[in-house]
Design a protein around this ligand. Structure first.
Ligand code: ATP
Length: 526
């Protein structure tokens, strides 16, 4: 202060006493001009609700594509931001993938499915009455024999969109040989997903007298052999790449009779860890060059379908390795790679050591928002060891839960997701093996205990709620601790504020793996 006094009188700092809009209006009036238009925020529903209200964004407002947006997460790399939070609010009350009723054209019958297939659908899944957006777009071209690439958001009913045309095609195509040679093949990246697809296809196949079998890893070659040779032989086979690769190498099965081949979760199947196996399987599959070849009754050729909820940039390059892209009809949902508008997504900036306390709080207060609901929760971790460690902590707190991670012995892993689906326990601690394709209509909260490493993983994890047929729309809670997490959160926030798709979802698909890694994948999987 002494120093300041010696410097002499200083210009007084401005003191703000009245709100800025009022000040501007007064100044304009004093000058005699018209009052400037100042936008004063009006109360109303929010798209982004931030702890600091200046970062909240009203629902009626969308940030322009090139406009700089005020991000609630902008300063989140600084440790002083710990404790901050914001949420992307729910703006739709219905799942966008299932459009409202719009006359008779909106029924499954209008898509060209045979009455027998429609009856089987009605018996197996009475709640499925109206086709979803993707089913309307995918079923007709598949029935007319196009190779198809179908990219649509999570939980939009992609499984039925390929299973119904596939089963109809199997009805038309008679079995030509007596050995284990399925006519339909669905390739999926995990055992849990193969069990799930087999269950759906099996219930539909029953009404059509078609036999559906499944071979996944983890049960040894004896079980694979018995599945493939058991009578009646499989008309449709659901398989993981590792198990099928082994079966093909040992000549336990032939793909020579295939007339329909599906790669479900195609981007994962084409990623570096599966690519070599999938390429081998495709080399053994007689994929049709054109539509005439598909219809040839004596020289059966297969229709190819690729399905996924994320198709990263560059996937086309990979696809060109397995098929001629010119022959591929593409269906892309307008909401692909977008932030789900019907699911509330909350982001919490935390210190790593605070995550456990927050998690326990969230688990103990589950179901409070929706009394009477099942309150089923999926907690995602980035590694198997975190799943185990967190499991011991939940045991200490006497919170009943299930665990699912890739390093579990195969016998332990079998059936865990089904018991979660059946409601044996309401909490599942898991790694990303539960994020791809697995369907449970009872999940109402997804917790990203560890923030997912990529935007693709975020899309898949978040997509376990808000599915067509979900009991409640659900929400997602993400703990944000690392600087690299903040980069992803900022991209998600910006995409939500601009109502655009998530930017530059990077591909994992690189050079084919060297042999050792492929063998590792097979060993882990089987
Ligand atoms: N037309 C429909 N009407 C009502 N429910 C449906 C309909 N089609 C599918 N479903 C249900 O919607 C849920 C999600 O379907 P499905 O698992 O096929 O989604 P998906 O698009 O494959 O999801 P993901 O991308 O996560 O793999 C399932 O429970 C399924 O039974």
């Amino acid at each position: 202060f002494r120093g300041l006094a010696s410097e002499g009188p200083r210009e007084a700092l401005p003191v703000i006493r009245i709100p800025q809009p009022l000040k501007l209006r007064r100044e304009a009036r004093a000058r005699g001009g018209p009052a400037p238009r100042v936008s004063v925020p009006r109360p109303g529903p929010l798209l982004i609700a931030a702890r600091r209200p200046e970062f909240s964004q009203p629902l009626r407002f969308t940030v322009g594509r090139w406009e700089r947006a005020p991000l609630a997460s902008r300063g989140w790399k600084h440790r002083r931001s710990r404790g901050d939070h914001f949420s992307i609010e729910r703006t739709h009350r219905l799942v966008p993938a299932l459009p409202e009723e719009s006359g008779t054209g909106s029924a499954f019958a209008a898509l060209g499915l045979q009455p027998r297939v429609l009856d089987a659908l009605c018996q197996a899944m009475p709640s499925v009455v109206r086709p979803t957006w993707v089913q309307r777009r995918a079923i007709p071209p598949l029935l007319s024999g196009h190779h198809l690439l179908c990219a649509a958001e999570t939980g939009s009913g992609k499984t039925l969109s390929y299973l119904l045309p596939l089963l109809q095609r199997l009805l038309r195509r008679p079995r030509l040989t007596t050995g284990p040679a399925p006519r339909g093949l669905v390739l999926v990246p995990s055992r849990e997903l193969s069990e799930q697809v087999r269950a759906v296809a099996g219930s539909l196949g029953q009404g059509l007298e078609l036999c559906v079998r499944e071979i996944g890893g983890g049960r040894g070659m004896g079980s694979v052999k018995s599945q493939l040779s058991k009578e009646p032989l499989a008309d449709l086979l659901v398989a993981t790449p590792g198990a099928l690769w082994k079966a093909l190498k040992r000549q336990l099965v032939s793909l020579g009779q295939l007339c329909f081949l599906v790669l479900d979760e195609a981007d994962t199947l084409l990623d570096e860890s599966f690519l070599e196996l999938v390429e081998y399987i495709l080399s053994k599959s007689p994929i049709a060059e054109n539509r005439e070849e598909l219809e040839d009754p004596f020289n059966p050729r297969a229709q190819l379908v690729l399905v996924g909820a994320t198709f990263p940039e560059g996937v086309g390059e990979l696809l060109s390795k397995v098929t001629d892209l010119g022959n591929l009809t593409t269906i892309t949902s307008p909401r692909l790679h977008c932030v789900m508008p019907h699911v509330r997504q909350r982001f919490l900036r935390l210190k790593g050591s605070e995550k456990v306390t927050e998690l326990i709080q969230a688990l103990k207060h589950r179901g409070e928002d929706n009394p009477g609901s099942s309150g089923a929760i999926l907690v995602f971790c980035n590694s198997s060891s975190t799943v185990n460690w967190l499991g011991y902590i939940l045991d200490d707190h006497k919170i009943p839960h299930l665990r699912l991670q890739g390093q579990m012995p195969a016998t332990m892993r079998a059936g865990i997701f089904q018991s979660f689906q059946n409601g044996t326990k309401d909490i599942l601690l898991c790694t990303d093996i539960a994020s791809r394709g697995l369907d449970s209509t009872r999940v109402e909260l997804v917790i990203n205990y560890d923030f997912p490493p990529t935007l693709q993983d975020y899309i898949h994890r978040a997509g376990r709620v808000g599915r067509v047929g979900s009991e409640v729309l659900g929400s997602v809670l993400s703990f944000v601790t690392h600087r690299w997490d903040v980069d992803l959160v900022q991209k998600i926030e910006l995409a939500a504020r601009r109502r655009r798709s998530l930017p530059g979802i990077k591909t994992f698909v690189k050079e084919p793996l060297e042999k050792a890694k492929v063998m590792n994948r097979i060993i882990n999987e089987t």
